[in-house]
Design a protein around this ligand. Structure first.
Ligand code: NAP
Length: 246
C-alpha cells in the first residue's frame, strides 16, 4: 500500500531556497525527502522539520552523479509506493567572463543545474504517469530569462531548464502531470551573499518592489505549484523577482 501522505522529493534541501521549500511542503502535509551533499545541514533540517511536526527523511547525494540520483529516486518510489512532487532546486554558480571560462566550469554548471533536473524528471515521471497525478517544479532563474554578464554557463543551464520543463509539460499533460518553473530573482541566500556590495546595489535598482527576495517568497510559489490549486497550470515560468523581468 502506498504511503498516505503525498511524497515530495526536493534536491538541495540543506539550506537556502531548498530548505524553505522543504519546510513549506512539510507544513502542507507532505512527507518530504530532502537530498544534498552536506550531512550535518540535512540532519539539522530533519530535526527542525520534525520539531514542527513535519514528516521528513534526508539523504546525502551529489546530484551531478546521474546513477546515484536515479537510484535515490527509485528507492524513494519503492519505499513509499508513490512520488507526487519533484522539486529540482539544487544549483551552483561558477561565474566568470565567458571568454575566460573553461570547459569544466561550463560542464559542472550544466551537469548540476540542467542534467540533474532531466535525470530526476525521467526517474520520477513513470510513477506520476501511473498515478495520473504529479507536480514537477524546476527552479530556473531570471538569468535564464534575460541573461547575465558573467553567467554564460549558469544562464544557459537555467534557460535549458525552461525549455526542458515546457517539453516535459507537453509530454505529460495528457496524464495530468504538470511541469512548471519558478524563476527567482535576487534572493538573499549563500549563493548571493558572496556578491560584492556594488553588484547588490546595482541589482536593487532594477527591482521595482525595491527589496531583495527572501527564501519564503520562493517557497510559497513552489508550494502553490505543488498543490491541488495549480491543477490547470502547466508549462509556465513563474518569475518571483519583485517585478525585475516584467
Ligand atoms: P544555495 O544557498 O547555494 O543552496 C544550494 C543548494 O543546492 C544547497 O542545499 C546545496 O547543498 C545544494 N547543492 C548544490 N550542489 C549540489 C550537488 N551537486 N548535489 C546535491 N546538492 C547540491 O542556493 P540557493 O540560493 O538556495 O539556490 C537554490 C536554487 O535557486 C538554485 O537552483 C539556484 O540556481 C536558484 N536561484 C537562486 C537565486 C538566488 O538569488 N539565490 C536566484 C535565481 C535562482 P549542499 O552544498 O549541501 O550539497
Amino acid at each position: 500500500m502506498p504511503t498516505e501522505k503525498r511524497v515530495a522529493y526536493v534536491t538541495g534541501g540543506s539550506r537556502g531556497i531548498g530548505e524553505a521549500i522543504v519546510h513549506a511542503l512539510a507544513a502542507d502535509g507532505c512527507h518530504v525527502v530532502a537530498v544534498a551533499r552536506n550531512k550535518e545541514k540535512l540532519d539539522a533540517l530533519a530535526k527542525a522539520v520534525g520539531e514542527k511536526g513535519g514528516s521528513i527523511e534526508v539523504a546525502t547525494l551529489d546530484i551531478a552523479d546521474s546513477a546515484a540520483l536515479t537510484a535515490s529516486i527509485e528507492q524513494t518510489i519503492e519505499k513509499h509506493g508513490r512520488l507526487d512532487i519533484l522539486v529540482n532546486n539544487a544549483g551552483i554558480t561558477r561565474d566568470g567572463l565567458f571568454m575566460r571560462m573553461d570547459d569544466k566550469d561550463f560542464d559542472d554548471v550544466m551537469n548540476t543545474n540542467l542534467r540533474s533536473a532531466f535525470v530526476a524528471c525521467r526517474a520520477a515521471a513513470r510513477i506520476m504517469i501511473r498515478a495520473k497525478w504529479g507536480r514537477i517544479i524546476n527552479i530556473s532563474s531570471v538569468s535564464g530569462l534575460i541573461g547575465n554578464a558573467g553567467q554564460v554557463n549558469y544562464a544557459a543551464s537555467k534557460a535549458g531548464v525552461i525549455g526542458m520543463t515546457k517539453s516535459i509539460a507537453r509530454e505529460l499533460a495528457g496524464k495530468q502531470v504538470t511541469a512548471n518553473c519558478v524563476a527567482p530573482g535576487f534572493i538573499t541566500t549563500d549563493m548571493t551573499d558572496v556578491l560584492p556590495q556594488m553588484v547588490k546595489d546595482k541589482v536593487l535598482e532594477l527591482i521595482p518592489l525595491r527589496r531583495f527576495g527572501n527564501v519564503n517568497d520562493i517557497a510559497a510559489a513552489v508550494a502553490f505549484l505543488a498543490s491541488e490549486k495549480s491543477s490547470y497550470i502547466t508549462g509556465q515560468v513563474l518569475a518571483v523577482d519583485g517585478g525585475m523581468t516584467m
